[in-house]
Design a protein around this ligand. Structure first.
Ligand code: PEP
Ligand code: CO
Length: 454
């Protein structure tokens, strides 16, 4: 059977909303199918080429952003601050590892959430769970929780506006390496991470001055004044993805492209190899992420890869492992061994967030920074002992000074969680916790490349 953007409709799907009025959904899908693409085939191919480098250990993926973007917290300053923290993290990693860092945001489309329960009960009242702003509203009342297809259009529009700003930041001067000192956010000024960051920034400035003396400046070398920045989100709402899937007729690598983001990933709850989500992802040319939780069986992973990447193309698949800080030691080696036996090309990435979610004694959903760092560390150790390559990290963060994850150098305590807990879904690292993660990963890559393990 020939794949079409709508082939997924012939398969079972889970985690997708049921709308009260089917005709309204149809008209929204029709409108979306006429909207301009958000990303272009040439950019998607460029990302795939970079990911092929990461697969061979010659680049490293830095993928981060909100768990769920929101309509109400949408602001230019918010996007700018997240972008700046990601730039800082990338500088720390590039400086430490001396390899290119592939920057991918969980941004400009990350609005739909899979949930472990279909309903939420508060004070005896049962309502549908909140599933992300592109589906329903977080507020706890009947109207707010009703899925509304108009939100698909609103999500598209916010994504377009976000991407417009990101492209300006990446290419219009903000990412200029000469501004490396200006990326530090005010609230990060007095943290130990910022002192360490300043040291690196000083050395980069010295190198830039030296290059200037040799006649190389950011006006003559575009690589110094611009950066590549890619977008990604979970491909959960297949009708939205279908409407934005377009056939490329211009570039050499013709075919169908998801144009809602450069990279799409499938969540841990929707990755059944014989279901609709995998069917959709199997037909697009974009690189695809697959979340690998502790319940993923090694043979099912091979079935998934046979379906999503039948030609075993390099740079096509990123396996985003989210096992938990201890479980990673038990589960990851099994997956790696089987991938080796079957000769599959994949890039191994570590999501140290989703296997380490806990409930604090005061009820907040949170994560301990120490466990997050521990999972990354163990991920590197497992790769060292299996002789394979750690290719990237995937995490939830924000440029705002939130108190959602416990610990870190600034020691967020359980009693602090309530003060700035703003996430629309999972707890995110704040700026200083993100930099802490970047310094750890930088050290890990450095020792790994020097052959010392971690
Ligand atoms: C997520 O990335 O926010 C998420 C829900 O992840 P997972 O599918 O791995 O649970
Ligand atoms: Co999440």
């Amino acid at each position: 059977m020939t794949w079409k953007p709508n082939s997924w409709r012939n398969y079972p799907v889970v985690q997708m909303p049921t709308y009260p009025d089917e005709s309204k959904v149809n008209s929204v899908e029709a409108k979306l199918s006429f909207k301009p693409p958000l990303v272009f085939a040439g950019e998607v191919q460029a990302l795939k080429k970079s990911l092929a480098l990461a697969e061979k250990g010659n680049a490293f993926i830095l993928q981060g952003g909100d768990c769920a973007e929101s309509f109400s917290q949408f602001s230019a300053n918010g996007i700018r601050d997240t972008f700046k923290v990601l730039l800082q993290m990338a500088v720390i990693l590039t400086y430490g590892s001396s390899i290119p860092i592939i920057k991918i945001g969980r941004i400009a489309g990350q609005f739909a959430k899979p949930r472990s329960s279909d309903v939420e009960i508060i004070d005896g009242i049962e309502l549908p769970s909140y599933r992300g702003d592109m589906i329903n509203d977080m507020e706890f009342n009947k109207t707010a929780r009703q899925p509304d297809p108009q939100r698909l259009i609103d999500g598209y529009e916010q994504s377009a506006a976000t991407l417009n700003l990101i492209r300006a930041f990446a290419q219009g001067g903000m990412a200029n390496l000469e501004k490396v000192h200006e990326w530090t956010l005010g609230f990060l000024n007095d943290t130990p991470e910022t002192d360490k960051y300043r040291e690196i920034a000083n050395r980069i400035s010295e190198s830039l001055n030296f290059m200037k003396a040799c006649g190389l400046t950011s006006s003559s070398v575009p690589q110094l004044r611009e950066t590549d920045f890619f977008t990604s989100h979970e491909a959960l709402l297949l009708n939205y993805e279908e409407a934005l899937t377009r056939e490329d007729t211009i570039t050499a690598e013709k075919g169908w492209y998801a144009t809602s983001a450069h990279l799409l990933w499938v969540g841990d709850r929707t990755r059944q190899f014989d279901h609709g989500h995998i069917e959709y992802l199997s037909g697009i040319q974009n690189p695809v992420g697959i979340k690998c939780g502790p319940s993923l069986e090694k043979d099912d992973l091979i079935r998934l890869l046979d379906k999503v990447n039948p030609n075993n193309e390099s740079g096509k698949v990123v396996l985003i492992c989210r096992m938990g800080s201890e479980k990673v030691n038990e589960h990851l080696p099994k997956l790696i061994k089987n991938i080796k036996v079957n000769g599959k090309n994949v890039t191994w990435c570590c999501d140290p967030m989703h296997g380490n979610t806990i409930k604090a004694s005061n009820g907040y959903k949170t994560r301990r920074v120490a466990e997050i760092l521990n999972e990354v560390n163990n991920f590197f150790l497992v790769h060292k002992s299996e002789g394979t390559l750690p290719g990237g990290v995937h995490f939830e963060m924000t440029g705002s000074n939130v108190t959602e994850c416990l610990g870190g150098a600034n020691e967020v305590k359980e009693s602090d969680l309530g003060s700035r807990y703003h996430t629309h879904c999972d707890p995110r690292l704040n700026g200083s916790q993100s930099l802490e993660l970047a310094f750890l990963v930088s050290d890990l890559i450095k020792s790994f490349r020097n052959g010392k393990g971690s």
